[in-house]
Design a protein. Structure first.
Length: 313
């Protein structure tokens, strides 16, 4: 078996997340099994079909926010939370095709970067969505070389920009850490127990439940737009399949918030199997519009360049 190196895995995580997002977008809020019903045989093409307002291969807000986070990390030479928030706010003000209600409320509410999410949570008491999970791949790659504690701390701080519920911070921290482990060539599933032990005690049990080897998405107690079942479903898809393509197909077939579950699955599976495992027929039509940023549209080579920059010390 050709084991991919760190670069191959990092590029796989960033591009794999974007591909999962674009592949799952047309099936969002659809029924279980819709992807395989339309494309029952893999390898025959056409899966980047578009629909639901999305062009074939068009990435959604998931990847758009991921790119803006990654570009901030590069431009600022590290984590500059006000800069990340400013970029996301500029994007939100440009009327993107899709944006989560919770994220939109935080980014367009006019509050300062360091209080906006907390103020929203104080009023709504609902801020445990998966909106920070879906943009995690670039930052996971950027902080991986600094070890577990730095990686998970950065994840929490980035999540807190838009999500006031600490449950979202902890889930994003888990995803960052599992990607970090995968980049080393170690099976991220083997790191789940140690990662759970690094969570804040108040949130440990809920994540222990959805990341357990015998958990199935049918046992979720919330819609997979919430952070717990979204992360649990992505880990389940990785655990129960044997390739990048199979993992992403399985994630989309769960139905519901298909673009985000597939984006999270794609980040994990891409980090495990590497860039070469992501089918070219999926990367070729991939494109990422950036509303609010002078009409820029990124394609696969641009995402590869971004990931390579994030790998550079």
């Amino acid at each position: 078996m050709d084991v991919p190196g760190v670069r191959e895995r990092a590029l796989g995580a960033v591009l794999g997340s974007a591909v999962g997002d674009a592949l799952g977008a047309p099936f969002e809020f659809g029924p279980e099994g819709a992807f395989s019903a339309r494309f029952p045989r893999s390898g025959h093409g056409g899966e980047m079909c578009g629909g639901g307002g999305w062009e074939p291969g068009e990435a959604t807000d998931d990847t758009q926010m991921a790119v803006l986070t990654g570009e901030s990390l590069l431009a600022c030479g590290g984590l500059d939370l006000p800069d990340v928030f400013h970029r996301l706010r500029r994007w939100a003000a440009a009327d993107p095709k899709d944006i989560g209600l919770q994220t939109e409320a935080v980014l367009t509410g006019g509050a300062p970067w360091d209080t906006a999410a907390a103020l929203h949570f104080r009023v709504s008491q609902r801020a445990a969505g998966n909106g920070a999970l879906m943009r995690a791949a670039p930052s996971a790659v950027r902080f991986a070389r600094h070890g577990r504690e730095t990686t998970m701390t950065a994840a929490r701080r980035l999540s807190a920009l838009t999500h006031g519920d600490p449950a979202a911070w902890e889930g994003t921290a888990v995803l960052h850490e599992l990607i970090r482990v995968a980049l080393t060539g170690t099976d991220p599933l083997s790191a789940v127990p140690a990662t759970l032990s690094a969570l804040r005690p108040a949130h440990r049990q809920r994540y222990t439940t959805v990341l357990a080897p015998d958990w199935h998405p049918d046992r979720a107690t919330e819609f997979n737009g919430a952070v717990w079942p979204c992360l649990g479903s992505a880990v389940w898809a990785l655990r129960t399949t044997g390739s990048y393509e199979e993992a992403v197909r399985t994630a989309i077939d769960l139905g519901g918030d298909t673009d985000t579950v597939a984006a999270v699955t794609g980040a994990l599976a891409g980090a495990v199997y590497g860039l070469r495992a992501v089918p070219a027929r999926w990367t070729e039509p991939l494109h990422v519009p950036l509303p609010g940023f002078d009409g820029r549209v990124l394609r696969a080579p641009d995402l590869i360049e971004l990931a390579e920059g994030l790998l550079t010390p």
